[in-house]
Design a protein around this ligand. Sequence first.
Ligand code: KIV
Length: 260
Amino acid sequence: MIKRITVPDIVKMKGITPVSVVTAYDFTQARIADECGIDIILVGDSLGMVFQGNPDTLSVNMVQMIYHTSIVSKAAQKALIVSDIPFSSSKVSKEKICENAVALMEQGKCAAVKIEGAGGIVTEAISQLTSLGIPVMGHVGLTPQSFHAFGGFRKQGTTAQTADLIVSQARELERAGVFSIVIESVPDDLGDRITKSVAVPTIGIGAGPRCDGQVLVINDLLGMDERFTPSFVRKYADLSSVIRKALTDYNSDVKNHQFP
Ligand code: KIV
């Protein structure tokens, strides 16, 4: 019997073992990530960009999140499954955030939810959820659901004032009970400072090597899209070329009566 990684297991990893996190949106990706020993599979609302081909994550809705989360949860036997609360659910009211967190866990079968940002209804919702036993992963720095307010997908915390604000947000999320915090696209030193300021594991994406763990979008890591790669991504494969060659060869074989 395979033992599933739990939220307390992840919390205990801080300062001991780096936490590996990758996104996944379908059965095959999730099954392979799980079999490769990834600790957390995140059903990120990045699916709006890399799966649906949209320019941002704002149009992802709860029906889609539940659909993808239920497929990923079915595929993974060991990894902890975390699912994103999408834009349309997380910016309206504390009640809506809580209702949708429950729906993601009930119908998507994930073990935890991730919520972007801090302050106001976000922190209130996180406090309520965690006090009810629903594990929440926080997300600070470049929170893509707020990209319009940031003026684009820009590195955050580059001034002393904004760096202090992000550290205080991370501390606020910790007080609200999150079990870990994603830190996205901030200077390496700020990633380090936040990691030292909170007792829960930090998971960096473009936040330097001193976070407690790292997360990458699976399509970026596998080199699925040759058109754009964020600067902080390491491509572990060039699947775009592999797939192109296979499909070109297949096409040519069919046209030339070489297959079957
Ligand atoms: O939506 C997502 O995939 C994310 C990760 C990039 C952290 O939030």
